[in-house]
Design a protein. Sequence first.
Length: 516
Amino acid sequence: MLSEVFGYDSFRGEQEAVVRHVVAGGDAVVLMPTGGGKSMCFQIPSLIREGTGIVLSPLVALMHDQVAALRLAGVNAAALNSSMSMEDRREVERAYAAGELEMLYLAPERLAAPGTVELLNRGRIALFAIDEAHCVSQWGHDFRPDYLRLGALAEHWPDVPRIALTATATPETHREITERLHLGNAQHFVASFDRPNIRYRIESKQNARAQLIDFVRGSHSGEAGIVYALSRKRVEQTAAALCAAGVDAVAYHAGLPASQRLEAQTRFLREDGVVVVATIAFGMGIDKPDVRFVAHIDLPKSVEGYYQETGRAGRDGLPSETWLAYGLADVVQQRQMIESGDGDAATRANQTRHLNQMLALCEGVECRRVFLLRYFGETGVAACGNCDVCLNPPHLWDATIPAQMLLSTVIRTQRERSRTYAAGQHIDVLRGVASERVTQMRLDELSTWGIGKDWSIAQWRGLVRHMLAVGLLEAQGEWGVLAPTEAAKPVLRGETEVHMREEVVVRAGRSGRAVR
Ligand code: ADP
Ligand code: ZN
């Protein structure tokens, strides 16, 4: 099947073991990184076992891509979803009941729709494949309530093998998948999540667009890549800026007309060297092997998301690069988005936990790959020699004194003026810059006025960002007002030191002291 239908010479990694296990009727949980080749794990058993392989997949677009690819390979596959005409649906249902389909793709919510169980019982089921199984995890980054229903498959069809697959499982999510999908008897196949051909780079944001253009033109001129931004507006602005800089860039987000999206996607897939600037909606299920870089100009919301998105680079195994720029504004904005979001307290706490992990990665001074793999449960990994930290080790600086200055300023402005201010005003006070707001509020009378003149705005912003990232400061309310946390008290008392990456303080010279 592998060579005749799909045209490959040999299985990759765990594929063969998974295929044998599922063909023999066993349940399986498969954790493999993006591009690892999960599809073969359920497509081949669907063809070998008698009956139709039912694939539960969260995105309609992704479904259609897979079905189209299977049809090209000569496999009789179909999808059922609500965007289809009644007529088309009838035809798929007929073909299924007649035993003509080798594979049938369904959205999870379909299972709850009236008549679906009856329909499935009219044909013969070879297996259930639950793709993107991490969507069942309430604590994951991509929870979809419909996935919770999939646990019932085991009760309805106890004799049909089930295979759950994901590229984003932390040990915690792995446990949840096993429990919630009732996969207690499953065999677990856990591939290494390492993507050795990908180089990771994370830098602090000064002028994101200029930095991005430098990165693309400097290291990836004429190559295909994906640039992720958080909002539609940022997507459009960034695409325009890249075009103006001579990069062949197209915008992609859910607010664009379908025809424009299709054109962007088609150009990206068919032509060489097209750069897609997109929201995270882009990429799931897009199988382009020679994406040479993935860039993020806004901070991703979780390490899982970051790893999934960066995983779209270099599926062909050739050297590829990922680049992320993040700054103070990202940290403040995301903390505010969490606070003002409509989730309950538990959801907010969970989002905060994801963001903190992402920040720990950014602010960290250890090999990026070691961090990432440990996050996904792989320990004992050696430094990779192929990330920004390994190639250009940052130094840790003792920023305790500037941190104390900043905390004192924050506390004094709060206490003496019974008002609260955002980062910019505190930095003005520290640098002794008499801006209108500062003089108006008589902040120039504070005792910390001008004590931090040695540092540039960028350096102070770097420190604020670091302190927000490590939880010494918090940004409160819709204005992102800075306030010290409990953890800041020992810093003020001189009991705890604050160490941060050199890049931000290196030019400060006088205020910083090298730690290592
Ligand atoms: P995933 O779903 O894990 O992200 P896919 O199933 O889409 O990965 O496979 C990623 C790429 O690897 C696809 O281009 C696929 O055709 C290719 N591929 C999968 N298995 C093999 C194999 N055994 N040999 C060669 N290429 C493979
Ligand atoms: Zn490294």
